[in-house]
Design a protein around this ligand. Structure first.
Ligand code: EZ4
Ligand code: CO
Length: 412
């Protein structure tokens, strides 16, 4: 089974997606997600200019060897562009191996460790009333775990809150509002940490008294706090029994989490911007977090994320794979196969893709009672309709960024 053809497909049905498609000499095709939100074309160039020529003629069965060859032979290791490109190759090779074997990928990874994957969605609101409506809408869609993001009085636009238009157009639940607005320049949002820290505990108080103690609730601080601010937030939220508090501090400094951990028992999750096991080395060994957030798409594929999860499992740390709409249906399928197979699955983030995206990518996963299952098609179980994909050319899109009241650029 040799790789005969390697194509990079860029399509923008509801947002930009980059997909690698490998075709073998025996006519099988495999797909891999290479979408890096806001920097998509850098990965396209990395794949087209540097990896595709190396792949042609290689034995498609040699997944580990191909991974090591691409990682080590580049000399320049790690980084999101490199690791998203390697992830796409790795995922496409697992898809091919599954098709060659006539088995879904999760079977090749050891078989199912559970019946389905608990998933959480994103409820948000500028006001408590809007937030409650959004939570109810998610429960009606079947979600059994919910992330809560709320507007902060005095701040106009902040992370994770559906804008007025998209909120109404999408009845509060479809997610094309999700960061990376289309446009020539990044949108500017504002931020005030003290206002946020004052406001958020009251939001959780209101949600718990309305929806009761059972519902698993999550929250994403999106890298905005110092360690001591994060410690305080973790303490203040303890009465509301969060499933996790995500990305409290900027991810580069792993040591920062020691201080946070010392002060709070609120479970912590981190890592959606990490791209190798080395980013996790200290926080896993010192048990500074409870969930690792890496996606297959941004962490070197199924092969490398499996190694991270196996390492984490020695410390009772579980998976919480990143699953926003910028992970394509191919990346989501890879996450589901891996999540179904590993013992230390925790929860899967799941934001529903738009209808146009669902027409471009033919999918076979199921969504039952708040749980995902990748289905039993050979490989990943995702197809790509090239005619549909061709209808939606790339559109420049950037993640927004933040400034404080005095104009200082803040962590986003
Ligand atoms: O900001 O997917 O937990 N989810 C998140 C996401 C990220 C975007 C970045 O591309 O933090 O909303
Ligand atoms: Co996040």
């Amino acid at each position: 089974m040799r790789i005969d053809k390697a194509e990079v497909i860029v399509t923008s049905p509801d947002r930009n997606f980059v997909t690698l498609k490998l075709t073998t000499d025996d006519g099988l095709t495999g797909l891999g997600d290479a979408t890096l939100n806001g920097r998509e074309l850098a990965v396209v160039a990395y794949l087209k200019e540097h990896l595709v020529p190396l792949l042609l003629g290689r034995d498609a069965h040699r997944i580990e060897d191909t991974w090591q060859f691409l990682y080590r032979s580049a000399y320049w290791r790690r980084g999101p562009v490199t690791m998203a490109a390697i992830a796409a190759v790795d995922t496409a090779l697992w898809d091919l191996k599954g098709k060659a074997a006539g088995m879904p990928v999760y079977q090749l990874l050891g078989g199912a460790s559970r019946e389905g994957l608990l998933a959480y969605g994103h409820a948000s609101g500028r006001t408590i009333k809007e937030l409650f409506d959004s939570i109810r809408a998610h429960r009606e869609l079947g979600y059994r775990a919910i992330r809560i993001q709320a507007g902060v009085p005095g701040l106009n636009a902040i992370y994770g809150i559906a804008s007025n238009d998209t909120f109404e157009a999408n009845e509060g639940v479809r997610y094309d509002h999700e960061p990376a607005q289309r446009g020539a320049l990044p949108a500017e949002e504002d931020w005030d940490t003290r206002a946020y820290l004052r406001h958020l505990p009251g939001v959780f108080e209101a949600v718990r008294s309305e929806f009761g103690p059972e519902l698993p609730l999550l929250h994403d601080a999106h890298h905005r706090l110092t360690p001591v601010q994060a410690a305080r937030l973790g303490k203040d939220l303890e009465p509301y029994d969060l499933f996790w508090l995500e990305d409290v501090t900027p991810a580069e400094n792993q040591e920062a989490l020691r201080l946070v951990r010392r002060h709070t028992t609120t479970p912590l999750a981190i890592g959606e911007v990490f791209n190798t096991v080395w980013d996790y080395q200290q926080i896993v060994r010192e048990q500074l977090v409870d969930y690792v957030r890496s996606a297959v798409t941004h962490t070197g594929g199924i092969t490398h994320l499996k190694k991270i999860l196996d390492y984490a499992s020695q410390y009772q740390i579980k998976s919480g794979m990143h699953g926003p709409t910028d992970i394509s249906p191919v990346g989501m399928a890879a996450a589901m196969h891996l999540g179904l197979a590993v013992h230390n699955f925790g929860i899967q983030e799941y934001m529903m893709h738009g209808e146009r995206t669902d027409r471009v990518f033919e999918q076979s996963f199921t969504w039952t009672d708040g749980h995902l299952h990748p289905g039993d098609e050979p490989g990943l179980g995702v197809g790509l309709d090239l005619d549909e994909a061709g209808k939606y050319p790339y559109i420049t899109a950037y993640l927004p960024f933040n400034r404080l009241a005095d104009g200082t650029v803040h962590d986003w």
